[in-house]
Design a protein around this ligand. Structure first.
Ligand code: M6R
Length: 361
């Protein structure tokens, strides 16, 4: 049942304010300015002993894990990174007892992720799951974890589950942070930011008509570049994957700082760039990248907190706390991919060559 929407993807994009509300519900503790995550199976003493966090997932879940790693580093000050689960499993990784491993999966059935979890457990590691489907294989195999409560996701491409997974990581990062060195005031700041998300997502969804018009203008591109910096880079990666999957337009994502190390050679009017430009400590750096592109006559579509002079178009999104901005900046780009694919007449819910869950190697 698509509930009045033409596609499941559109329905699922629209459900995000409610979905985010659901992942937050019942978990915030205003007394201690922290969060409770029931099924983690990780007590405070164990949480303090974690020396590193390694996040594993595939595709969109890997991208959510990249943002999650950034959240854990900044809020809990634990070194964290994310890696595609398949790469991890084939490179005979050093498995360390003081590292917390986190497997991320919407379906909970992705074979590469499941196999990585099994290999880790065989080597005695502690593995948590950040999973959407309750009772799925990865959820059962993990030592504990948290469900992301996005609700059923039918479209082959992931949207609401991506957003909810990132919010779940923000909760986990806040939880670990408040056990370690994150202050009460900082905890409160993040909680207030989290509570604003559902209404801010609704606000972004209201600009759908404007985004649709932009998509129609860019739909003739043969290829698109997506750039972002630090927190914005995984947003660029995910937006570029979304565009590829459903529109079949070639897209690349690069850290903005890497442009001058090669990809700048590609920039010309026929290759538009989508730039993630948050109002944070990196704003001036990001603006410099826009200038570099403009100097080569590249078209620029910016996602920013205010109009960007150097950009041909800016999609303005509401500001949240710096750490939580990536959650909001990804939303208009889901709609951009959606309307680009629609303009090109693609089969949005069932893109060619793809399956909802990849349960084979
Ligand atoms: O169910 P999972 O989250 O484990 O799936 C992982 C990827 O296969 C999945 O995210 C894929 O990249 C989607 N088609 C993204 O839209």
């Amino acid at each position: 049942d698509m509930g009045g929407h033409d596609t499941y993807m559109h329905k699922e994009i629209s459900e995000q304010p409610d979905a985010v509300d659901r992942v937050l519900r019942g978990r915030i503790d205003d007394r201690f300015n922290t969060v409770h995550l029931g099924g983690l199976n990780l007590d405070a003493r164990e949480a303090r002993g974690i020396r590193r966090v390694k996040i594993l997932g595939c595709g969109t879940s890997y991208h959510a894990g990249l943002i999650g790693a950034g959240l854990i580093e900044s809020l809990a000050r634990i070194p964290a990174d994310a890696e595609p689960a398949s790469e991890f499993r084939y490179r005979n990784p050093v498995v360390d007892p003081d590292t917390l491993y986190i497997a991320v999966s919407q379906s909970g059935e992705t074979y590469d992720v499941l196999a990585a979890v099994q290999e880790l457990k065989r080597k005695g590691a502690r593995v948590l799951g950040v999973v959407n489907v309750v009772g799925s294989a990865i959820a059962r195999e993990a030592d504990g974890g948290t469900y992301v409560h996005a609700g059923p996701e039918v479209c082959v491409v992931s949207t609401k589950c991506f957003t909810n997974t990132v919010v779940a990581f923000a909760l986990l990062a806040l939880h670990l942070g408040r056990i370690r060195d994150l202050s009460v005031a900082e905890g409160k700041r993040i909680i207030e930011g989290l509570r604003k998300l559902p209404a801010q997502i609704s606000e972004i969804l209201e600009s759908e008509d404007e985004i649709k018009k932009l998509a129609e203008q860019y739909a003739d591109a043969k290829s698109m570049m997506f750039i972002g910096r630090v927190r914005g880079y995984p947003v660029a990666l995910e937006a570029s994957l979304k565009l590829k999957e459903i529109s079949y337009i070639h897209a690349e994502a690069y850290p903005a700082s890497e442009l001058k190390h090669g990809p700048l050679a590609l920039i010309e009017p026929a290759l538009p760039t989508v730039a993630i430009v948050p109002d944070d400590e990196l704003l001036e750096k990001n603006r410099a990248a826009l200038e570099e592109i403009k100097a080569r006559s590249g078209r620029i579509l910016a996602v920013a907190h205010r109009e960007q002079e150097k950009a041909d178009h800016t999609i303005v999104v509401p500001k949240n706390e710096d750490e939580l901005d990536p959650i909001l900046m990804g939303i208009p780009l889901q709609l951009l991919a959606y309307h680009t694919a629609l303009a090109l007449g693609r089969d949005i819910d069932k893109p060619r060559n793809l399956a909802k869950s990849v349960t084979v190697e």
